[in-house]
Design a binder for this molecule. Structure first.
Ligand SMILES: C[S@@+](CC[C@H](N)C(=O)[O-])C[C@H]1O[C@@H](n2cnc3c(N)ncnc32)[C@H](O)[C@@H]1O
Length: 201
């Protein structure tokens, strides 16, 4: 079972588990972002995505249950000279700010089914009208590949799960397929993922 302590231990070593550069899918969505809007990087770990959002001029917040990861996120933001808010919280218990964000980046966050439902409901509440949800996650086809992702297959995402958990959002892009990952030591090589760009009407 994944716990905050297990993630604290993973992040306690030197280096960045998923690199310091932003996720490439998130980077590819830069044209949809505007300076000044409020962004949330969900399960942001060591902060590569939250820091990048802040560098684009967004008012960025990273939430994760690993304070060790978020400590590194704060150090990365300081090194890059940008402001990043961090919140140490369990996504299943967090009091998600209602309509608090114009962009939510959900990058490689894999939760057990019941927790996933709670966190997705929270993200739905937190997305402001017109707001975007950007998601990339591993799918069941990733089983057997060594390029990353959870061993417990019940944590994996799919196009159908995206449609179910985020029903009511408008689909701008929703693709499942094979991508090459090059993100720190933990995400290397061909991977099976789902990518989604959804908008609250
Ligand atoms: C695979 S890592 C991805 C980190 C980051 N999104 C990235 O792409 O670099 C998954 C992250 O989700 C966080 N996480 C998992 N379950 C969580 C929960 N219930 N509440 C808060 N954070 C959680 C972990 O601490 C970890 O940082």
């Amino acid at each position: 079972m994944s716990t905050s302590l297990a993630w604290d231990e993973r992040y306690a070593g030197g280096g960045f588990q998923f690199g310091e550069a932003p996720n490439l899918f998130l980077l590819s969505q830069a044209h949809r972002l505007k300076p000044g809007i409020r962004a949330l990087a969900v399960g942001d770990g060591e902060g590569r995505n939250g820091v990048w959002l802040a560098e684009q001029g967004l008012e960025a917040t990273s939430v994760d249950w690993s304070d060790v990861g978020l400590g590194k996120a704060r150090a990365l933001a300081a090194r890059r000279g940008v402001a990043l808010q961090t919140v140490t919280a369990d996504l299943t218990r967090w009091d998600w700010p209602v309509a608090g964000f114009d962009v939510i980046a959900w990058i490689f966050v894999h939760l057990p089914p019941e927790d996933r439902t709670l966190a997705c409901d929270g993200a739905m509440r937190a997305l402001a009208p017109g707001g975007l949800l950007l998601l990339e996650a591993f799918t069941p086809a990733q089983e057997g590949r060594r390029s990353g992702g959870p061993k417990d297959t019940s944590l994996l995402w799919s196009r159908a799960l995206v449609e179910r958990h985020f029903a009511g959002l408008e689909v701008l892009e929703l693709l499942e397929g094979t991508m090459a990952l090059d993100e720190g030591p933990r995400h290397q090589g061909l991977a099976e993922v789902v990518r989604a760009v959804l908008r609250r009407p």
